[in-house]
Design a protein around this ligand. Structure first.
Ligand code: NAI
Length: 476
């Protein structure tokens, strides 16, 4: 088996944590039981690009139990839990000397070159073929396949320009190398893919842009916008893991501090709530009047970053947008202000601009925590080099909330793989009855007792007794 992880001897530790996580992931385990016989993913060759954590290990092993042949990478250079990666490679029946699990190419602390090498490896089966399904988080695997096919068609991979971020140059180099090794590979891979299921807001945004531009090569399910994903993982998941990230990185007391949360979408709502829960005075920035009004009515001060940049102790960006915190902002911050991002990509904080400040000095306090000293002597602490701090500095969301997200992922994979003709190229969300099913699978574990509609009540509000209970436009 080909794979590349940090240390297979960590597999037993990983397996013990996977066992605990399985109990906390009732949706995934119920899905395994439901499809144990039918194995609807038999024949699926799934390439996954999603944070290689313990929770993801339970997802991967669910896909395998449903019949899929899987290869995996992390979708961030810092988010891999090395014991989880080792356990997945070793598998339930293997040993570190004789691994029998799933090929994983991921370790904590990859360079960007290694990251894109890993993505390429997971997209290439040993027999030279590609995947027929992608399970993506942030869209990097989907991007590589699309760009590869695009440049093969154009006959050349363009050179990066001086204005391009460093990572774009690395992506272009990866494509140039792989196309030289096997011309036509990406066109063939794109043609063989039956669909992609996308995990997060940022990746979904990319998919809709491609669909609009007419460049999307295969159908996609937007898993993020299942209600049981974005209104749970993004919100309650971040409510848990933003504090975990801050604590493990800095252990600074949050109570009494001024915290600024940039963006009040699903992730921002969870983060602001958590910081307030710790006793911080939370200030929100927003560009959308609806979200700004929500933040105000939830009791938060809403203002611009410029207004409060010099008084805040903790900054968390949650926008999915770029250049939210600039080098000028960081120059104006208090001594030892904490600067962090929990959005998908690292460009929310201008790290390149920070590194270019004349006379700035960076000191690594510990992995994923850096102190940057400005020439005037004040410093700021930047977490995970501006990459998502909950996965870079802590272990991401806990199992129970990820069970909701990942049950949607598994259902979406089954939908695209088994009902291919029902999904022409385009971007879809799962039907509401499946969203309700995911929620239902998580009620018992929390001791929730649902009220059942009477036939008359159902008729009165115009739904079926067994659901769906809301129209598609309902916003929860
Ligand atoms: P969202 O679209 O619900 O929220 C983003 C908010 O930021 C919006 O309300 C938008 O109006 C606001 N915004 C945009 N530009 C802004 C600016 N310049 N200043 C202030 N506010 C601005 O998106 P969601 O679901 O909250 O996701 C946010 C990011 O977090 C995405 O990149 C997503 O992929 C990522 N994500 C990360 C997770 C993690 O575990 N770290 C989990 C889930 C999502």
């Amino acid at each position: 088996m080909d794979y590349k992880v940090a240390d297979l001897s960590l597999a037993e530790f990983g397996r013990r944590e996977i066992r605990l996580a399985e109990h906390e992931m009732p949706g995934l385990m119920a899905t395994r039981a439901e499809y144990a016989e039918a194995k609807p993913l038999r024949g699926a060759k799934i390439m996954g690009s999603l944070h290689m954590t313990i929770q993801t290990a339970v997802l991967i092993e669910t896909l395998v139990e449903l019949g899929a042949d899987v290869r995996w990478v992390s979708c961030n250079i810092f988010s891999t839990q090395d014991h989880a990666a080792a356990a997945v490679v070793v598998g339930q029946d293997g040993t570190p000397e004789d691994p029998k699990g799933v090929p994983v190419f991921a370790w904590k602390g990859e360079t960007l070159e290694e990251y894109w090498w890993c993505t390429d490896q997971a997209l290439a089966w040993p027999d030279g073929s590609g995947p027929n399904m992608i399970l993506d988080d942030g869209g990097d695997a989907t991007l590589l396949v699309h760009k590869g096919a695009e440049y093969e068609k154009a006959g050349a991979v363009p050179a990066a320009t001086a204005d391009d971020p460093e990572e774009w140059g690395i992506i272009l180099d990866t494509l140039r190398r792989t196309i030289a090794e096997r011309p036509g590979r990406w066109t063939e891979t794109a043609a063989g893919i039956m669909g992609v299921t996308e995990e997060t807001t940022t990746g979904v945004h990319r998919l809709y842009e491609m669909a609009k531009a007419g460049t999307l090569a295969f159908p996609a399910i937007n898993v993020n916008d299942s209600v049981t994903k974005s209104k749970f993982d993004n919100k309650y998941g971040c409510r848990h893991s933003v504090i975990d990230g801050l604590n493990r990185a800095t252990d600074v007391l949050i109570g009494g501090k001024v915290a600024v949360v940039c963006g009040y979408g699903d992730v921002g709502k969870g983060c602001a709530d958590a910081l307030r829960g710790q006793g911080a005075r939370v200030i929100v920035t927003e560009i959308d009047p609806i979200c700004a009004l929500q933040a105000a009515m939830d009791g938060f001060q809403v203002t611009t970053l410029e207004d409060v940049v010099g008084i805040a102790d903790i900054f968390v960006t949650t926008t999915g947008n770029f250049n939210i915190i600039t080098a000028d902002h960081m120059a104006a911050m208090k001594h030892q202000a904490i600067v962090s991002n929990i959005g998908h990509f690292d460009n929310e904080i201008d790290m390149a601009g920070l590194a270019k400040v004349p006379g700035i000095v960076k000191t690594e306090i510990k992995p994923q925590v850096a102190e940057w000293r400005f020439p005037d002597g004040h410093t700021i602490l930047v977490l995970a080099e501006g990459r998502l701090m909950n996965l870079g500095c802590a272990t991401g969301h806990p199992s129970f909330v990820m069970s909701n997200s990942f049950t949607n992922q598994v259902i979406a994979q089954i939908e695209l793989f088994t009902k291919t003709e029902e999904y022409p190229v385009g971007v879809y969300v799962l039907p509401k009855h499946l969203d309700e099913k995911v929620a239902r699978l998580h009620l018992d574990a929390l001791g929730v007792k649902l009220t059942e509609l009477t036939k008359e009540q159902a008729a009165y509000i115009g739904v079926h007794v067994e659901g769906p209970y809301k129209p598609d436009h309902y916003r929860y």
